[in-house]
Each structure stands twice: as structure tokens, then as C-alpha cells.
Design a protein around this ligand. Sequence first.
Ligand code: 0PR
Length: 369
Amino acid sequence: MLNKGQSEEELFAFLAQKKSEDLDHDFILSSMCTIPHSVAVRAHCMFMETNLGDPGLFPGTFSLEQLLVRRFGSLFHCETAGGYATSGGTESNIQALRLARVQNCGIREPNVIVPESAHFSFKKACDMLSLEIRPAPLGRDFRMDADAAAGLIDKNTIGLIGIAGTTEYGMVDPIAGLAKIAVQHDLFFHVDAAFGGMVIPFLDRPAPFDFSLAGVTTIAVDPHKMGMSTIPCGCLITRDPHLLDSLNIDTPYLTVKQEYTLAGTRPGAPVAGALAVLDYLGTEGMKAVVAGCMKNTERLIAGMETLGYARAATPDLNVATFSCEKDAVPVPWRVSWTRQNHLRAVCMPHVHAGRVEAFLLAMQEHKKR
Ligand code: 0PR
């Protein structure tokens, strides 16, 4: 702690210096976050001091959170769905498994079945909730093998998880098949659509992944990914509008007497940002954004294959993966590497057509050396 405060000028010169050390989004192909939409930034700034952890003080902001949940309920084919805004996919996944745990509190050694492709947040959730994690293998297409998943179910299984838009390969698991299995075994079925939930509904031929399928209990969707909101904003959406009440604990001195959220103090600003983007763009605007991202993904795959880097998968969503040596990618470009060592590039909205061409050119020039 400094003894004497700094001048504003000095302070902001320091902050600007630190900001300039961050990477330029122009070269970031590894991220599932993006530059927030301008309306999200404007809305975020309006709601900076709001705290959804004490909603009675901020009834207007709270009604925006409810509206956001309503928008997702309708997008996911269940107008009466419930839910709330989380800090992102990790919290939504933890809370979904908490719900599954509470509903099956009689089971002493509970397990959950997740695809091998599941995001590492499920490891955190299972660790916190003392759940055995049972990884189900993927097929050759990088999608969860539904029959293999069914084979892992036993009397101690409390939940089944499917991924609609996998982190590494951008695949959508066979959610319809998994939903049937969930119905047959009367299982809690959580769909992690943290990434895909704001892509799949806007595709020309969307694969079913939501509440239109009987058996889907909860869905995680992240506005701070393809929803172009400010960070942090995720949502956990529940088919049963009262499901979250099973997590309620007493909060004696707040404006509300009970709370089911994981976090206490929760920012209203990114929630306003998320709703602003949805209502500004509408379905038509989101379709245009998604179509652009998918087109850029296809162009990236075609361009990389021309350079001799074969695709690892033909993705359902805007995540492209390739067989490629690590030293083939020139500085300052940032890609990521999957657990199977495939180059991974996510064509987020900031990765527009010009940046895809620039990357391909850089890869080509680097190859000549
Ligand atoms: N579920 C899925 C399918 C995800 O892809 C992710 C994050 C999560 C859950 C967890 O979401 P939160 O990180 O919001 O809690 N996927 C990205 C990943 O781990 C997150 C990310 C974003 C990583 C931007 C890096 C980055 O620069 O790759």
C-alpha cells in the first residue's frame, strides 16, 4: 500500500502502460471471449454500481436479469424456464451439479457421467461436491458416444452431462440421444452450452440441444462468449422455474430472505450488457454474426488445408482444429493446442475475414523460411 496517494495522471499513465502490455485482439485466435459489443459496453457503464446479490435495492436491474432469463427460455423453447445470471460456465456447471446432488441426497456415493471432452470446470464441481466423475468416451467424430455413456450408468448415477459446443473441437454431442437415455433412467440431464448456446439457435440447420427435447433439465449458456457481453456473464437456465429453490439458504439481513446463487455480491453491469446485445441485434442480427463466424471458420479450414495442414475435425461450430507443428505458428499470433496437440483457432466475432486472411498469409510466409 502506498503511504501517499498518486496523482490521477500518474496513476492512469501506469494503468495505460499495463494495458498496453496485454495482447492485441487482432492476433488472438485462442479465446472464447471477444471484444464486447459497443451496446454492451454502454449498458455496462450505466449499471456499474449495481449488486444483484441484494436485488431489493436494485429492482430495475433485477428485472433485467429476469428478462435475460426469459430471452433464453424462449430461445431454448421453454417460455416458462427459470434461471439466473452466473459468473460464467464454471459457476453454471457447479450449480447444475449441485442441483443434481440435492435432488439425490439419499445416494451415498454419487457419480456423474460426462464426456471425455468436458470442460475442466466439471472437475472443480465434482471435487467440491464429492462426486465421482465418470468420463464417457468420444466417437471418432469427437462427439460423446451415447451408448457408451448409457453403459456407465448405475444406481449411484445422479446426473448426465452433454456438451453443445465442445471447448476444444467445437462439436455438439448427440443431445437428443442423451436426453432419451436421461428420460429412460430418470436422470438429471445438464447441457453445457456455454459456448454453443449462443451459436446453435442461429445456425441455418440447428441440431436439437435444448428444452425442445424432453429430458433436458438445465442448460448453461455464456453471454460473455458468443453473446459479446462484457465479462463476467453466464446464465444457468432451468426447465422447472422453481428448481433453483432447492438450493435456497437463509440470508437474514438482505432485502431478500433466501438466496440460491453461489456468489453473494453479483454484478448487474454485465447482465445489462448481455440483454442490451440480445435486444439490439435481435434474432436477425445474431444470425448475421453467427453466419459470419461460420463462414470465416470454413475459410480458415480451406486455407489451412491448402497450406498442407489437415483439419482434425469438421466442426459443428466456429472452432477450427488442425494437425500442425507448434513452431509453424509465427509470433505474435496466439492459437491454443488441444490435449491431442491439434492447433485450435476459435473464429470469434473479432476474428473477422481480414484477420483470417492475415493469419493464413503469416502462416504461409513463416513456412517459406
Ligand atoms: N463450458 C465450456 C464448454 C467452455 O468452453 C467453458 C470455457 C466453460 C464451460 C467455462 O466457462 P468460464 O470460463 O466462463 O467459467 N471455455 C474457454 C476455455 O476454457 C474459456 C476461455 C475463454 C479460455 C477465453 C481462454 C480464453 O482466452 O477455453
